[in-house]
Design a protein around this ligand. Structure first.
Ligand code: PLP
Length: 395
C-alpha cells in the first residue's frame, strides 16, 4: 500500500502538477468586499443588493408555491405560465415579440444567462467585444467559454468613440456584450448609440448579448431601449433580464434570456446541462411579480432617484468626485484626489471607516485604480449613516 506520508502528500502533488482553468481566476472582488464588510461589521455599499424587503406580493406567492407543492423540477427552460407572462411583459415594455415556447428561456439569474449565452455561441479563440468598464463577471465568463475578449473603452464623458469601436470588430468577432443601464458607471446607451452598435453587428455578422438587468432603474425621464427591438437585430440579439434587481429578490436566482428560435435552441442545450432549470417555486412566485401594477415601476425608479441623491451628496461632502448616474444603482466615484489606490482606499474604508465599496480595478482588464464603486441599493437610513461615517473619516 501507499505509505502514510505519501497519502498525505497526494493532494498537494495533484494540485501542483495538474493546473486547471480555475487557477487563472481570482476571487470576485465584489464578493470579497462583502466578506470583509461582514468581518468588520461595516455597511455594505459594495455588493448591489437591497437591504430592504421585496414586495409582499412576491413573498406571499413564494410561500404559496411551496405550500401548493410546486417543489419539483420545472420544465428545463422554465415554467410555461412564467414564460407566457414574460412574453406579454416584454412586448409591452421592450417592444419585442417572442414565442414563449421556442424563444424564451428562464435561467438561474442573468448570471447564468450570460454564461450560457457565451458557451452557446463561442468557440475557443473567437473574439468577444467587451466595453470597459464592465460588470466583473464578464471577464471570467469569457475565460470559461474560451473567448478572447477585445476591450473597448468609453470616453471619459462615457460617450462612444465611433472609430475605436469600429476598429474592435474583426473577422473573428462573434459577439459584443452590452450592459445598459450600466454597472458600474450608470451610463445609459442612447437610441443613436445603440443604432450605431446595431449597424456594426449587422455589417460584421455579430451577435449582441445585452444584459438589461437594470432596465427599470432609470432617472430624469429616460426611457429604456432594447437593442433587440431595433431594425435587423431581433434574430442576432440575446436579451438578458432578471427578477433580481427590479423586484429586490437577488437571492432567488431567476432570470431569463430572450432570443430567436435558432439561438434559443443552442442556449437551451447548454442551460439544461448547466442547471436543469431555475428554482421551481420561485419561478411561480415571479409570475406574481409580473402582475404588479405599472405604478410599482414608477415608484421603484423614484425611490432609487432619492437614494441616488443621498449618496451623491454624501460622497461629494466626503471629498469624492462623482457624477450622477443615468441609470442602475451605483456611483462610480473618482478618487484621484486621495493619496491611495483603489484597493488601499477600499480596505481603509472597510477597516477604519465602517463602509465597504468596490475597487475600480475590478471593472477593468487593466487600470481603474482611480475609481471606487458604491451602491445605493440600501435603505435611506443605511445610506445616511454610511455618508456620515465617510465624512467623519480622515482620508
Ligand atoms: N448583471 C449585472 C450588470 C449586474 O450588476 C448583476 C448583479 O449585480 C448581475 C448581472 C447578476 O444578476 P442576477 O442576480 O440576475 O444573476
Amino acid at each position: 500500500g501507499i505509505p502514510q506520508s505519501s497519502r498525505k502528500e497526494t493532494p498537494t502533488r495533484f494540485f501542483s502538477t495538474h493546473p486547471s482553468r480555475a487557477d487563472h481566476f481570482t476571487e470576485s472582488v465584489i464578493r470579497e468586499m462583502t466578506r470583509l464588510s461582514i468581518k468588520h461589521h461595516a455597511i455594505n455599499l459594495a455588493q448591489g443588493f437591497p437591504d430592504f424587503p421585496c414586495p409582499v406580493e412576491l413573498k406571499t406567492a413564494a410561500c404559496s408555491a411551496i405550500n401548493d407543492d410546486y417543489n419539483q423540477y420545472a420544465i428545463t427552460w422554465g415554467e410555461q405560465n412564467l414564460r407566457e407572462a414574460l412574453a406579454t411583459r416584454v412586448k409591452d415594455y421592450n417592444g419585442m415579440t417572442f414565442d414563449p415556447e421556442t424563444e424564451i428561456t428562464v435561467t438561474c439569474g442573468s448570471t447564468e444567462a450570460m454564461m450560457t449565452s457565451m458557451l452557446a455561441l463561442i468557440q475557443p479563440g473567437d473574439e468577444v467585444i467587451v466595453p470597459e468598464p464592465f460588470y466583473e463577471n464578464y471577464g471570467p465568463d469569457a475565460q470559461i467559454s474560451g473567448a478572447v475578449p477585445q476591450y473597448v473603452q468609453f470616453k471619459d464623458d462615457l460617450s462612444i468613440d465611433e472609430e475605436v469601436w469600429k476598429s474592435a470588430f474583426t473577422k473573428k468577432t462573434r459577439a459584443i456584450i452590452l450592459n445598459s443601464p450600466n454597472n458600474p458607471t450608470g451610463k445609459v446607451l442612447s437610441r443613436e448609440e445603440l443604432s450605431f452598435i446595431a449597424d456594426l453587428c449587422i455589417d460584421h455578422d455579430v451577435i449582441a448579448i445585452t444584459d438589461e438587468i437594470y432596465e427599470h432603474i432609470l432617472y430624469d425621464g429616460r426611457k429604456h431601449v432594447s437593442i433587440g427591438s431595433l431594425d435587423g437585430m431581433r434574430d442576432r440579439t440575446i436579451t438578458i433580464g432578471s427578477f433580481s434587481k427590479t423586484y429586490s429578490v437577488t437571492g432567488w436566482r431567476v432570470g431569463y434570456a430572450l432570443a430567436g428560435r435558432e439561438i434559443t435552441e443552442r442556449l437551451r442545450k447548454i442551460h439544461d446541462f448547466l442547471t436543469v432549470g431555475a428554482p421551481a417555486p420561485l419561478q411561480h412566485a415571479c409570475i406574481a411579480a409580473l402582475w404588479l401594477p405599472e405604478s410599482y415601476y414608477h415608484d421603484l425608479a423614484q425611490e432609487y432617484d432619492r437614494k441616488r441623491r443621498i449618496l451623491f451628496d454624501g460622497l461629494r461632502n466626503a471629498g469624492f468626485t462623482c457624477r450622477l448616474p443615468e441609470g442602475a444603482y451605483y456611483i462610480f466615484a473618482d478618487i484621484s484626489d486621495f493619496s491611495m489606490t483603489d484597493t488601499e482606499l477600499a480596505h481603509h474604508l472597510v477597516e477604519k471607516g465602517g463602509v465597504a465599496a468596490v475597487p475600480g480595478s475590478s471593472f477593468y482588464h487593466e487600470g481603474g485604480e482611480t475609481k471606487l464603486r458604491f451602491t445605493f441599493s440600501k435603505k435611506d437610513e443605511t445610506l445616511t449613516e454610511a455618508c456620515r461615517r465617510l465624512e467623519a473619516l480622515d482620508i
